[in-house]
Design a protein around this ligand. Structure first.
Ligand SMILES: Cc1cc2nc3c(=O)[nH]c(=O)nc-3n(C[C@H](O)[C@H](O)[C@H](O)COP(=O)(O)OP(=O)(O)OC[C@H]3O[C@@H](n4cnc5c(N)ncnc54)[C@H](O)[C@@H]3O)c2cc1C
Length: 237
């Protein structure tokens, strides 16, 4: 399945898909004891109607499984979507899941998100916006350099700890730039959960980095569920 690169070293990979655009159609028509084998114009109209009227439960029967590699700051925002990532103890939603590489057992390659000099954003006048305009590249160069220096310093301590035989699960405390540290996880989500996620995280109010990941998710989902995604995109316009 396809993989889309995001940011400097991250990616989203579509691992598996359950269902097609026919899945919500047949789920919605179950009460009429009718099922389609191929998607007709009438079925497409039904999908548009379901999305427009927010009759979203039929989309729970279609499921997507992704592998995501993203900085921790993005993962923390993603994690708030509990319906699409039932990491909570006792969660009632067995169709959705989150499993993360923990660095307790193996020393997976350590990578950090380092924005290039021309991608540092200013603090906005309206604090609720998150970021303002792009900063001058000279300041960006300084910021990138400082971040790289900080990473190098922390990595020295991390390597010292592992060489001394300190357990990996404790040595990771030395890993620098925690927000920029890349983490990898599997995310299994229904098409309904994904659409809700995209609704919130493609929005201009969401942080630019998670918007980039959302655009990759959207593109991958489009290939698996073209009519459902086009219907969602139409109501967003
Ligand atoms: C721009 C932006 C800024 C944000 N800023 C912050 C922040 O500063 N701090 C912070 O902590 N979070 C922040 N969030 C996260 C936000 O509060 C939500 O936790 C996150 O967007 C997930 O949305 P959700 O709960 O609708 O999604 P999901 O968890 O996927 O839930 C989907 C839907 O299920 C229903 N639902 C889920 N759980 C329950 C429940 N327990 N009871 C009743 N109904 C439920 C709701 O209808 C919900 O919309 C921000 C989100 C955005 C988009």
């Amino acid at each position: 399945m396809k993989k889309i690169d995001v940011l400097d070293q991250g990616y989203v990979r579509l691992v598996d898909v359950l269902g097609s655009d026919l899945t919500p159609v047949n789920a919605a028509r179950v009460s009429y004891d009718k099922a389609s084998d191929t998607l007709s114009e009438r079925d497409e109209r039904l999908i548009r109607f379901l999305i427009r009227e927010r009759h979203t439960s039929p989309f729970r029967h279609a499921v997507l499984q992704f592998e995501v590699y993203a900085p921790l700051m993005v993962a923390r925002q993603w994690w708030k979507h509990i319906i699409g990532s039932s990491h909570q103890e006792g969660a009632q939603d067995p169709m959705t899941a989150w499993n993360e590489s923990s660095r307790r057992y193996v020393t997976e390659a350590v990578r950090f998100y380092v924005p290039p000099a021309d991608e540092w954003r200013s603090s906005p006048e309206d604090k609720k916006q998150g970021s303002g305009d792009m900063l001058p590249v000279e300041l960006g160069e300084e910021a990138t350099k400082k971040l790289l220096e900080q990473i190098e310093e922390g990595m020295k301590n991390y390597e010292w700890a592992t060489e001394k035989g300190i357990a990996t699960e404790m040595a990771r405390l030395f890993l620098p730039s925690a927000y920029g540290l890349y983490v990898r996880w599997y995310w299994t989500v229904s098409l309904q959960g994904l659409i809700h996620f995209l609704d919130l995280r493609l929005d201009a109010h969401a942080q630019a980095e998670i918007r980039d990941y959302s655009a990759a998710l959207q593109q991958l989902a489009r290939e698996a569920f073209p009519i459902s995604m086009a219907s969602f995109e139409a109501i967003k316009e």
